[in-house]
Write a protein that binds this ligand. Sequence first.
Ligand code: FO1
Length: 310
Amino acid sequence: MKVLALAGGVGGAKLCLGLARVLGADDLRIVVNTGDDEEFYGLHVSPDLDTVMYTLAGMSNPDTGWGIAGESFATLHSLGRLGMDTWFGLGDQDMATHIVRSQMLRQGKTLSEVTSRLCLSLDIAHPVAPMTDDRVRTTVVTDRGPMPFQTYFVKMRCEPVVTELRFEGAQSAAMSPALRQSLDSSDMLIVCPSNPYLSIAPMLAVPRARAAIESFAGVKIAVSPIVGGQALRGPAAKLLSELGEDVSCVGVARQYVGLCDVFVIDQIDAHLSPDIRALGMRPLVTNTVMETEADKIELARRILDATIDA
Ligand code: FO1
């Protein structure tokens, strides 16, 4: 069975690890949001791609979920001494990834090619690709004005009230070859427990992506990043509330109407199953909180089994 997983940040990366433990490299393809990408010190940083890569490579920082375990920040401190802004925590080892990516992009390689090369170097067997090779940048429109995603997320700690999200460049972007081909040829599409507004919406904004997902021939499954009315991490709950949605798995499911057949909710939200059914999706109730590797594998297995009785 060929599976396409769409992922954003830390929650998505955790499920991707579970899927990678269960599926062979030929059966899983991971496509990642690039709306969070940003340039720092002339370097192209792709935070969500890096989070997925470092997680699959077993290198990720277990405390933050992003960045590299045991990282040092000597370069960042030196940059600060030289008067540069240092609010974005780029570690010394992590910086090497961005140097290689930036150099290869400058040489004319696509972000898909660069990502494949980085995965090869990090011994990652399962293919990981960006959603597009074109420039898409998420702008967060807030009560303090519009700002680039990382400014909102890291510098402003998600404090401004969000009124709108814009995916600059998405309208003229093309799906990456991996996204296009896997939407044509996969048997199952999994929308990981990523932020629907910040991680999945940028992918849907790429022309033809939404339509291709709507007409996807296989089973479509999305996993709620909201458990018991709270986000396990990040601003998903805050955003749902600010954008006028229910702060619950039902509010998330509403973002995926027409895009998913099965919606995975945590057992704590089992009582909301009728609301999920009312949206035209089959609820799959299980433990969705992934603390250990065993949790990630178990959730992956439950999702993959869902094809059989979907
Ligand atoms: N997230 C933070 O909250 N603070 C940081 O300083 C930070 C640095 C950072 C460096 C490299 C990288 O690949 C990711 C980094 N992230 C950081 C995570 C990043 O903001 C992601 O976009 C979010 O986690 C959303 O997925």
